[in-house]
Structure formats: C-alpha cells, structure tokens
Design a protein around this ligand. Structure first.
Ligand code: PLP
Length: 433
C-alpha cells in the first residue's frame, strides 16, 4: 500500500538530516498547529480513565456515544436514525478498511473521486478490488463530473464514494450535484458511501449531506472525531447505515463480524468523544474563522506565483493547486515535490498521490498553518521556482544533499538511489510525519 501523505516524510527526513528546517504542509492534523483539543474533552478523558470500567466495551461502540451521534446527525442533517444504525470505529480509517473488506471480492469496482483521499484506493487495492476514479472538475470549482460517473458504472460496480467536503481539493458538493449523483446511484442500484469527516469545517457556503438528499438509494455515512473535534490521536470514528429496505443487510452482517473480531473501540476515548458532542461548540466557529483567513491568504499568495494557479477552498483543511511543469526539469509532480523538500524544506504532497489519472501536475497543501508560516513557505516555493524552473536538469546541489543525507541516515530507515544526471527515490520508510 502507498499512502502519499506520509510517504513524503522520507525525503523530508533526508532533508532534515542534511540540516534543512522543515515547514510541514503535508498532514491534515490540526493539533500539529495552533488548534488545541478543548480542555473539557481532555478532562472527560482523564475522568473516564479513573471512573469508567476500563474493561472491554461493546463491539459496535458504546451505546451512549451512539445515542449522542443520533442526536448530532438529527440536528445537523434533520435525519432520523437509531443507535442500532451507528457503528464506532478506530477512526474513519478503520471504517474504510472494514467496509472495503466487506464490500469487495477480487475484481469488484468502486467509484472514487479523482483526486480523492488516498486511503480509499489503498484499501480497495489491498482487497484486490479496482479503483475507478471519476473526475472532479477543476474549472468548475472541483464539482464531480456526473456524466463520467454514469459512463464508468459497470456490472462490477459495488459502491460509489463521495468525500464531502473534499480532501484534497477543499471543495464542497452542491445540493444539485448530490441529487444528480443520488439519482444515478438509484438508477443503477449502487450504494453510496459518503465521507463527511469535514462536515462542520466549512468556511465559505453551506454544507449539504447526501444523507437527506437521496432516499432512493442505500447510504453509508462516515464521520469521525479527528478533525472537527480536534482529537486525531484518540482514534474515534463512526459510520451509520441509511438503508430503509434492508438492501445492505449482508454488508451490515459482514461489517459487524469484523467489528466483533477487532473486539471493541477504545472505551475511555469514546467517553471523550461523547463529551465533545454534548459540550460547548463555539470553538468550531473560531476554528473556521482562522481557517478562512488562512485559506484566503493561501489563495492570494499562491496565485501570485508564476506557474501556479489555484481554486478557492470552501471547507476541509486543504487546497490543491495546479503547477505548470512544462519546460521545467521535473518530469512529474513527485519530482517537483521531492526537490522542493530537499532544497527548501517545504513539505507538500504530490498530486498524483491522490489519483494517478486526475491528480498529476498538482500538489496538496494545508490551510492549518498560521499566515507567517504559510508566507515563509510560499516565499521559499516562489524563490525555488525562479531559481530552477528554467533549468534543463534537476539541481546538482540537491543531488549532493541527498548523497549527504544518505551517508548520515540509517539505510534501514531510508533508502535512496542517486543517478548521475537525475535522482530517483525508493520511498520506503517508517519515519513519522
Ligand atoms: N477521511 C478523510 C476524507 C480524511 O481526510 C481523513 C484524514 O485525513 C480520514 C478519513 C482519516 O480519518 P481518521 O483520523 O478518522 O482515521
């Protein structure tokens, strides 16, 4: 499996070993910047360790957390589900893993937005399914290409994924697009899996959920506590099934078998997750205010740089700018990102890591860093492009730095090969973010 967002830590570790100061714009972890887990979530976690039963819990998730999620989803989306429809997982990641494991037989196809969060393709691949990307249209604010969804449906299509608001583009799906996707899914009898982990991180416009817009088709909505609730390390996520006619009963049974096999989610962290839904929510307003300022800054500053153009983000934590690599020494966005890391210490993620077909010639950046850090990073990016974009070869200084990094870094951790006129990486590592 390849997970681009953390793969860039390999050249980043090399750059750090060679003495570069890193500006890490690669990971969507609010807690790595100035977004702090509210004190009352922490207090609940501490108290839970002292006061709750620290034994195993319910395999489906603690009933009081599931009830709190029923209330949250009713308040946000106006829907009526029961706590039996809600399943708690170790982050949305475990949910994706178990859902793909349940849906897929080898060769089955899943429609996934391109670009899109890479975990989906990785787990589809792991279970020997086929990822079938549908285009998100850059010139139309990254809205989904509904015609392409229709064209790419086959007899082997088992589900359609939405990521809304979107990672990596920062787009929010419009109501009319969600209705159109819902209609196609209903026409072909394809369940929709909608990842809404950023549903309350919307700083421009309104959030629409497929949960209340496509009642003719079974929907599984994924959500979690890593982003909006600022507890990514506590690993709590969930999904709920909306399947009025029981068409997904077999899937639910298979999913529940996996939930039982992994015994239960972390019990004290579920108590904190429940508190985060029931306590004051004003920190979210402040969070969105900060993100909006940073998104506006990013949009303006990146569009000033020659060869880079970007759309506005409406939500989530990211932007996905286009970079014109024609006539530059970089054959791919991965080359570009690698050299930028090595020469300037600015860590971005290559666009092709979010979709081989619709991601190339882009990079993903985050909106989480304060303006001073973003400014420094984009000044470095601009200087780097001015210095190198018109060269015929990738910079020699960088090759020397890589050689130096290799000689000072344990080869068990980082492997790299340096060729005479070009540089190629073997990005394999256990280095952390
Ligand atoms: N889904 C999306 C769209 C994400 O962007 C992320 C993380 O960045 C995840 C899921 C993973 O979330 P979790 O921390 O709950 O596993």
């Amino acid at each position: 499996m390849n997970y681009a967002i953390r793969e860039v830590t390999v050249p980043a570790a090399q750059a750090a070993a060679a003495g570069k100061e890193l500006i890490r714009l690669n990971i969507g972890d609010p807690n790595k910047w100035d977004f702090e887990t509210p004190e009352y979530f922490k207090a609940t976690l501490r108290a839970a360790v002292d006061e709750v039963d620290n034994g195993y819990g319910d395999s489906q998730g603690e009933p009081d957390l599931r009830e709190a999620i029923v209330v949250r989803e009713h308040e946000k989306n106006g829907i009526s589900i029961s706590s039996d429809d809600v399943y708690i997982t170790a982050g949305v990641s475990e949910c994706i893993n178990m859902l793909m494991g349940t849906f897929l037989e080898p060769g089955d196809e899943i429609l996934v937005p391109g670009p899109g969060y890479p975990s989906y393709a990785q787990y589809i691949n792991f279970f020997e399914g086929q990822t079938v990307p549908y285009r998100m249209i850059e010139s139309e604010d990254w809205r989904p290409d509904v015609d392409m969804i229709r064209k790419r449906i086959t007899d082997s299509t088992k589900a359609l994924i939405l990521i809304n608001p979107n990672n990596p583009t920062g787009a929010g799906y419009e109501e009319k697009d969600l209705r159109a996707v819902g209609d196609i899914a209903a026409e072909y009898g394809i369940p929709i899996i909608s990842d809404e982990i950023y549903d309350k991180i919307v700083f421009d416009g309104k959030f629409y959920s497929i949960s209340n817009l496509a009642s003719d088709v079974p929907r599984i909505i994924l959500n979690g506590f890593s982003k909006v609730n600022l507890m990514p390390g506590w690993r709590v996520g969930y999904c709920y099934f909306m399947d009025e006619n029981g068409l997904l009963d077999d899937i639910r049974n298979g999913f529940m078998k996996q939930m039982r096999a992994r015994i239960c989610p972390n019990v004290p962290c579920q108590a904190a997750a429940r508190a985060s839904l029931q306590g004051p929510q004003d920190y979210i307003v402040e969070m969105n205010r900060k993100l909006k300022r940073r998104a506006d800054f990013t949009y303006k500053r990146l569009n000033e740089i020659d060869r880079i153009t970007t759309n506005k983000a409406r939500g989530a934590l990211y932007m996905f700018p286009h970079i014109d690599l024609k006539g530059t020494p970089w054959k791919t966005d991965k080359d570009f990102v690698t050299d930028l890391i090595m020469e300037e210490g600015v860590v971005l993620v290559h666009g092709s890591g979010f979709c081989e077909e619709f991601g190339p010639d882009h990079f993903r950046t985050i909106l989480l860093a304060p303006e001073e850090s973003l400014e420094l990073a984009y000044d470095k990016l601009e200087a780097f492009l001015k210095r190198n974009a018109n060269r015929s070869q990738r910079p020699r200084t960088m090759r020397l730095m890589i050689e130096n990094a290799i000689s000072t870094t344990s080869s068990a951790i980082v492997r790299a090969s340096v060729m005479s006129s070009d540089v190629e990486y073997s990005w394999s590592s256990t280095v952390k973010w």
